[in-house]
Design a protein around this ligand. Structure first.
Ligand SMILES: Nc1ncnc2c1ncn2[C@@H]1O[C@H](COP(=O)(O)OP(=O)(O)OP(=O)(O)O)[C@@H](O)[C@H]1O
Length: 259
């Protein structure tokens, strides 16, 4: 299965989803999302809690089977050609979906084995990643005992290990300290400057505004707005656009009067 862009010879988007739908029992979590992520873009996915960001990204990378719709990574259908699609993509999943009874170096070694990488390459890259992310090249602490921010960083290291062409990251800046956040921003900016594509979800509008070339805003399972950052902002702060699109609740001052 190919995308229309491939048939016309245009460059395929790095990630493309069409008509994605997901129910959890009676809850409609994602309601027909279409999105194209241009190759080489730094794409931020925004939305309030429960908007459907994690569910959308999980379906896009083949971690969660949609009720309807399709997902393409670098032109490959995630469900028809999962091996080709997933070999080109690095994913930082929600929370700590990792084999966390391993130390950081062990987890990376295991990740390298799963990816079929040569042991020497895995060893060299693991050391580089553990060093750069300040996780300790010889740290024997089990990942389950890492802090939340350290788990985020080892998850990012796993996503980067095979030098993928596309990174899909669920809230990469959540729980990380300011120094680590700056480090991660720097790594991701260099990755995009080198030709990679990043898609990430975030609640931190300042980070999105600073990093992203493109943004999408979701609420209630629907993509409300998306496009190049400057087009979405149209001269306004992203915060104002977000509140307008999502609909912010205005405090009256009488809430929690008992507190
Ligand atoms: N495994 C699940 N079982 C039942 N409901 C779920 C499940 N996963 C997500 N949901 C529901 O689907 C909706 C979308 O959740 P999702 O995690 O995709 O939102 P989100 O935008 O990533 O939120 P947050 O910003 O809080 O992480 C929510 O109403 C959530 O309660």
């Amino acid at each position: 299965m190919t995308l229309p862009e491939q048939r016309t010879g245009q460059m395929a988007p790095a990630m493309s989803v069409r008509g994605l739908v997901k129910h959890f029992d009676t809850k409609l979590a994602v309601s027909g999302v279409d999105l194209d992520v241009p190759a080489g873009s730094f794409y931020g996915l925004l939305g309030p809690n429960g908007a459907g960001k994690t569910t959308t990204l999980s379906m896009a990378v083949g971690l969660l089977r949609p009720d309807a719709g399709q997902a393409f990574l670098l032109g490959y259908d995630v469900w028809q050609a999962p091996v080709q699609a997933k070999s080109l993509v690095g994913v930082l999943p929600e929370g700590s979906r990792m084999f966390d009874r391993l130390s950081g170096p062990e987890l990376l070694a295991y990740q390298g084995l799963l990816r079929g990488m040569p042991a020497a390459t895995v060893d060299q890259r693991s050391r580089d990643l553990l060093d750069v992310l300040e996780l300790g090249v010889d740290n024997r602490t089990l990942v389950v005992d890492y802090s939340a921010g350290m788990k985020k960083k080892i998850g990012l290291a796993c996503a980067l290990l095979h030098a993928p062409r596309l990174l899909v990251l669920d809230e990469p800046f959540e729980a990380v300290d300011p120094v680590s956040a700056a480090l991660i921003r720097d790594i991701l900016q260099r990755y995009v400057a080198g030709g990679g594509t990043v898609v990430f979800s975030s609640h931190v509008l300042e980070v999105v505004e600073r990093l992203c070339s493109h943004v999408a805003i979701m609420s209630d399972g629907v993509l409300r707005m998306h496009g190049a950052l400057d087009d979405v902002r149209a001269g306004r702060p992203l915060q104002d656009v977000f509140v307008q699109v999502v609909g912010g609740r205005v405090a009256t001052g009488s809430e929690l009067a008992w507190l």
